[in-house]
Design a protein around this ligand. Structure first.
Ligand SMILES: [Zn+2]
Length: 157
């Protein structure tokens, strides 16, 4: 999934979480989940996150490869526990849900996601090719849902 699609999906997931869990500063939470939903692509060579934070991304790619451990559920749980343990539970939740949003986006693509790697190699895969016509449709749909639910939740419509 492309960066812009991850952003659109991250926003939607952030929005959904604020409706399920009573969180302080919901708008901040949604914004941060949107930003952090790109984080798992630190393991890619040419993602937005990897290009900006190359000094972190290069070792991560070298150690984990692309769409291996770093695209599993375990870093999300681990980082949540670390931040929660340090007293930054809010940031932990941001990273956790950003990560989950990212994996949900990637698992509709052909490459798929192995949620429990390295314990299970099973990949959840979908029909979508990255940067295809289908992804453009999915992106537009996500943006439409973002706008609709933002207007609805903030009682503008
Ligand atoms: Zn990814």
């Amino acid at each position: 999934m492309m960066f812009k699609s991850h952003v659109a999906l991250g926003f939607l997931v952030g929005l959904a979480v604020t409706q399920l869990i009573p969180l302080s500063y919901p708008i901040v939470f949604i914004a941060l989940v949107t930003v952090f939903s790109g984080m798992p692509d630190l393991d890619a060579i040419n993602s937005k996150w990897a290009n900006k934070l190359w000094f972190i991304a290069k070792p991560i790619h070298f150690i984990f490869g692309h769409r291996g451990f770093f695209h599993s559920i375990f870093p999300a749980i681990g980082l949540f526990l670390v931040f929660y343990g340090l007293g930054f539970g809010y940031l932990g939740l941001v990273i956790f849900f950003g990560w989950v949003a990212h994996l949900l986006g990637d698992c509709v693509s052909k490459e798929g996601v192995a949620f429990f790697y390295p314990f299970s190699q099973y990949r959840v895969q979908g029909p979508m090719r990255v940067n295809s016509f289908m992804e453009s449709i999915v992106f537009l749909l996500l943006v439409a849902l973002d706008v609709f639910y933002t207007l609805k939740i903030f009682q503008i419509i």
